[in-house]
Design a protein around this ligand. Structure first.
Ligand SMILES: C[C@H](O)[C@H](O)[C@H]1CNC2=NC(N)=NC(=O)C2=N1
Length: 97
């Protein structure tokens, strides 16, 4: 259920309630950059998110440069966006503060 690909209407609705995230041009993923005061804060965020992502078996595609974490979310198994991506995005926003 949660890993079923969402319709473009459902994606638009979920995205409307989600601060800071944008949809990729092909509609297949969402992305956000998080900027922190320094590397320690950025890495602490990644550690918290990594543990929570592992618990729900849904993992971000991300990179880190100094104080910035760039995140892309999609569901590889579904070949697009699912409810799990939006759950993970909301969780990251909460951890960001
Ligand atoms: C076997 C395992 O449950 C799957 O490979 C999970 C792991 N984490 C995942 N993470 C993401 N982002 N997409 C997936 O399709 C996915 N699949």
């Amino acid at each position: 259920m949660a890993r079923e690909k969402l319709s473009s209407e459902a994606v638009a609705e979920a995205l409307a309630g989600l601060d800071g995230w944008s949809l990729a041009k092909d509609g297949g993923s969402i992305a956000r950059s998080f900027t922190f005061s320094d590397f320690s804060e950025a890495f602490a965020f990644m550690t918290r998110v990594a543990l929570a992502a592992e618990k729900v078996d849904h993992h971000p595609d991300w990179s880190n440069v100094y104080n910035t974490v760039n995140v892309t979310l999609n569901t590889h198994d579904a070949g697009g966006l699912t409810a799990l991506d939006f759950e993970l995005a909301r969780m990251m926003n909460r951890y960001f503060g």
